[in-house]
Each structure stands twice: as C-alpha cells, then as structure tokens.
Design a binder for this molecule. Structure first.
Ligand code: FES
Ligand SMILES: [Fe+2]
Length: 375
C-alpha cells in the first residue's frame, strides 16, 4: 500500500494489496439458508468455517478443522448441541468450542478434556444474516481457547419505523476485497456499467458536486438531495416533494457502506458489505429495509429487480476486470472520482498503523472536502 497522505493532480500509480482486516464482524451466510441441527461450510478471510444452528435456533461458527488431527468438522455428526468429529469422535460444544468428550480415554487417564478447545468464533444473526467475528490472530503456534469477545455487536441496518420490509441480494466476485470495495464506492462507472433503457443512458452524464466529511473509521457523503439517478430516489419522488428527500451515504472500515434516504415518514435504508472470502474472491451482500410501498405487492419486486440488475452488472464487470488483473498491471487512481478509493486505502493503512503502535488512529481526512466529478 503506497497511498500518500496528500493528493496531487497527477494520476498516481497505485498497487492494491489483498490484506484482509481482522478484529471485525463479517457476514457469513444468509440466515434463511441455515437450518437447525445442520452443518454448513463457509469461508471468511481464507479461514474455513463450519456454521450451523443449534436446536434452539442459535447460530454458531467454528473453525472447520478438528484440533486433534485436522479433520473437517463439517463431516462430523451434530446433535443440535455438540459436534462430534467424524475421525475419533471427540465432541465439542459448538458455541465455545470446548471439548466435552474424548471417547478413547480410559477411566484412569486424567487428561483434562475441558482444557482442549476447537476454534470457535462469536456469531450473531442480524437482519437475516449470520455474522461472524474474526479476531486478530493469536500468537503463532498457540492452540485454541475460548472465543474472544468483540467490543461491539454485529452491525445492523438502521430503521426508522417499527414496520418495514427487508430483503437481501448477494453476488460473488472473483476479485480481492480491495477491488470489490473501490468498485462499490466508485462514482464514475455508473453511466457505463449501469446503462438500461428504463434507467439511464450514458448521455445523462452530468457534473456532480458532493460534500464529504470524516467520521470514525470512515467517511460520509454529507446529507444531500440524492442524485436524480439513484433508484430509491426515483421511487421516493412519487411520494414526496423532491426537495424534502435527503440521503446520507457512509463508508466505514472494514467493508461497510450504509445508505439512508428519508422523505418525511418514508425511508429506505441499506447496509452493504463486501466480504473477503479468499485473497482473490469477495462477495457483495446488500441488505435493504424500507417502509414505502409496503402495501403495494409488486413494488418490492421492482426494487429487487432494479438492485439485482445493478449488482449483476457490477459482478459481471468485476469478473471481466479480474481477467485484466491476472497479469498484475499498474493501476492508477485519479482526481476526485477516485478520491474515495484513496481514502479507503489511507484509512486501511492508518488503521493498521494504529494497531501496530497501539496509538490512536490518525484519520486521513482533516475536515470536510468537496469533490466534483461527472457521472
Ligand atoms: S481428528 Fe477429530 S477426533 Fe481425531
Ligand atoms: Fe456499480
């Protein structure tokens, strides 16, 4: 990572790395795909996981390798409470990984079974997703202990009324987390990637000016009247006076983009994440909540269709981009359109530096900034 702290007007060569940040919550699986008493495989940050739901419905996440001899635990037997490894029958509590039984021990062998742990991770379900907390790696060679406690709960979609609709979309992309994220925040690809006759053409391109401000661990596109090209905005305009519609878009480390649009009592809110699966693979998950059109049956389907189309266009683009990236070309980030991408790299560097030194994180933005681009 070599993003300088001050930007010049010259294009800067930029190499992305594939570093994945630990010490954060990540979305693992949609909750509706995780049945009780069943085991599922998932990968986060190159870590193989076995995920499941106990007999009471509580989700759990363990490292998918037995601490005895590495057998994948997903091939074991799960009774809704303990997971039994398929190789020698060791049993583990799925919520904290603690070993409960080693069948080969004789009555006079006093090995302390309860001091043995399988890897296990804090796990929560929010807004229809199973989230897993990936802690910082422990010292090399150390065995597993009880799961580490995260400081905060898993992130949630912000909601502004009791009743709302909730939906999710996901797409896997064969690029690193960094390309996934900067693709998500890039404002300049819209007219080229997201063309559709019912939406916009490249001729609708026009100059935009937006204010940004630093927030803890990220930045905010300050509250403003949304771009006339934004999907929920086009729908909201049917309901409310265009000037009363306000939107805020935040990005925070490691991978979270939230967008809220409000018009009087109507609102639309989304929490999008780009999750590192492996070094060269990420997944985008969009979870949206809204309270408009709840009573008109087909509108949520229209919204879904519009978003699904966008996500698919982004996915396809990144699939093609991955071809070009195979040969490790030099890349550049230019001017204001790529400034959010630069902030992302700088935030990541500042976060890692603060972790290394144990000091406060030095935010790369010193105050509000206005960016201009055409899209
Ligand atoms: S490898 Fe799991 S019990 Fe031996
Ligand atoms: Fe896009």
């Amino acid at each position: 990572m070599n993003a300088p702290m001050s930007d010049t007007d010259l294009p800067q060569r930029q190499a992305t790395d594939t570093l994945m940040l630990t010490g954060f919550w990540y979305r693992a699986l949609p909750g509706d795909r995780v049945q009780r008493n069943q085991l599922y495989k998932a990968t986060l940050l190159e870590i193989p996981l076995v995920i499941g739901r106990d007999r009471l419905g509580q989700p759990f996440a363990m490292r998918d390798a037995c601490p005895h001899r590495g057998m994948p635990l997903n091939c074991g037997r799960f009774d809704g409470e303990n997971l039994e490894c398929g190789y020698h029958g060791w049993q583990f509590d799925v919520h904290n990984g603690q070993c409960q039984l080693i069948p080969s021990l004789t009555a006079d062998q006093n090995l302390k079974v309860d001091r043995i742990y399988a890897g296990s991770y804090p796990c929560e379900e929010e807004d229809g997703f199973v989230w897993v907390y990936i802690p910082d790696p422990g010292p090399a060679g150390a065995g597993f202990g009880p799961p580490s406690e995260p400081a905060d709960g898993a992130p949630r979609v912000e909601k502004f009324s009791d009743k709302y609709n909730l939906a999710y979309l996901q797409a896997e992309m064969p690029v690193s987390i960094d390309h996934g994220i900067i693709g998500l925040m890039d404002p300049a690809h819209g007219p080229f990637v997201h063309q559709a006759w019912w939406w916009r053409s490249r001729h609708s391109i026009h100059e935009k000016k937006k204010n940004f401000e630093p927030i803890p661990n990220g930045f905010r596109m300050s509250a403003h009247t949304p771009s006339s090209n934004s999907a929920p905005y086009k729908l909201l305009r049917l309901y409310a006076d265009a000037d009363s519609i306000m939107t805020t878009i935040d990005f925070v480390l490691p991978n979270i983009r939230t967008e809220t649009i409000r018009a009087g009592k109507y609102w639309f809110s989304s929490l999008t994440t780009v999750t590192p699966i492996t070094r060269n693979q990420c997944r985008i998950d969009v979870v949206a909540a809204w309270n408009l059109f709840r009573w008109i049956p087909f509108v949520p389907d229209v919204l879904r269709f519009v978003f699904a189309k966008f996500v698919e266009q982004d996915r396809r683009t990144m699939e093609l981009q991955a071809e070009g990236l195979k040969h490790n070309p030099h890349l550049m980030l230019i001017d204001d359109a790529d400034r959010p991408a630069k902030w992302y790299f700088q935030l990541k560097a500042a976060h890692l530096e603060a972790k290394r030194t144990g000091g406060e994180m030095k935010h790369p933005m010193s105050g509000p900034v206005t960016l201009k681009w055409r899209s």
